[in-house]
Design a protein around this ligand. Structure first.
Ligand code: SF4
Length: 271
């Protein structure tokens, strides 16, 4: 952890701390949770050693991640970002049971999404098969009510199934339009989720204006289905205000006001 980082938490309406849970103490989690608007985003793929193996190959790391999840979910809203691999998807329902058990008075959501090729790596060993799809299909239909509290909206799960079946994304994405991704050093990225396009440095206000007006589809978008897809589904009217507010990262009246305004502009095709 970078010394002093927690001073920045609490400055925004919603302040998200992303971690895989292995490098943060329970004491620090509790301290951070006391700051206003804190949400923990934990990158954890399952509640068994095998399912989280790619993130925590050492058992002690796995135990630490599980302990962090337990403490975080009892102190603040939590979003669990779960990468689906053949190793994690087989115990996805078990993970749902685990999260339902952990769910305290704070929102707790599990957002599953597939592996993306990273820097040209092959993802063939992470490819999901038909039996894997059945797990998500069950969660999005007959088992949905049982796990509704901790699952994302049905539209997200349906989109995930289609994406895995087709092997690619097919629509333009609004994320670059409503986000500002800044890398260390001040470089402004077209999108933090992919591509190499940049818009110069944070000091260049003209470039920044252009970034915020841009909306589109790049080659890197074809293999992108991430938790951000929830926003695209909201802006295209497939997720309701109530459903979106159940997601910890958007559970704030001012954030929702802003997103409603963006949706209105998208509907009216106003840049
Ligand atoms: S599809 Fe992914 S990579 Fe493309 S703009 Fe959206 S979030 Fe970024």
């Amino acid at each position: 952890m970078i010394p002093g980082f927690s001073d920045f938490l609490g400055l925004g309406r919603i302040n998200i701390l992303m971690t895989n849970g292995t490098n943060i103490s329970s004491k620090l989690i509790r301290e951070i949770a006391m700051k206003p608007g804190v949400v923990f985003e934990l990158s954890i793929d399952g509640c068994t050693y095998e399912s989280n193996y790619l993130r925590t190959p050492v058992n002690a790391q796995f135990e630490k991640a599980m302990a962090s999840l337990k403490v975080a979910s009892s102190t603040a809203p939590v979003q669990v970002n779960c990468v689906l691999t053949p190793g994690s998807i087989t115990s996805l329902e078990k993970f749902c049971d685990h999260l339902i058990m952990l769910k305290d008075r704070y929102p707790l959501k599990l957002i599953p999404f597939p592996v993306r090729p990273f820097r040209g790596m092959s993802i063939s060993r992470f490819k999901l098969g038909k039996s894997d799809l059945k797990v998500i299909e069950r969660l999005s239909t007959e088992d949905y009510e049982q796990y509704r509290e901790i699952l994302p909206p049905k539209a997200y799960l349906r989109g995930l199934i289609e994406f895995i079946k087709n092997g690619k994304q097919g629509h333009a994405c609004h994320i670059p339009k409503l986000s500002l991704f800044i890398r260390a050093g001040g470089t402004v990225l077209w999108c933090g989720c992919g591509g190499s396009r940049t818009y110069g440095n944070i000091d260049d206000s003209l470039q920044l204006r252009f970034t915020r007006q841009f909306e589109g589809y790049e080659p890197c978008c074809a293999d992108c289905y991430t938790p951000y897809e929830i926003l695209n589904l909201y802006l295209s009217g497939q997720i309701t205000d109530l459903e979106l507010m159940e997601i910890p990262a958007y559970c704030d009246t001012m954030v929702m006001e802003y997103l409603r305004e963006v949706r209105r502009r998208v509907e009216q095709d106003v840049p």
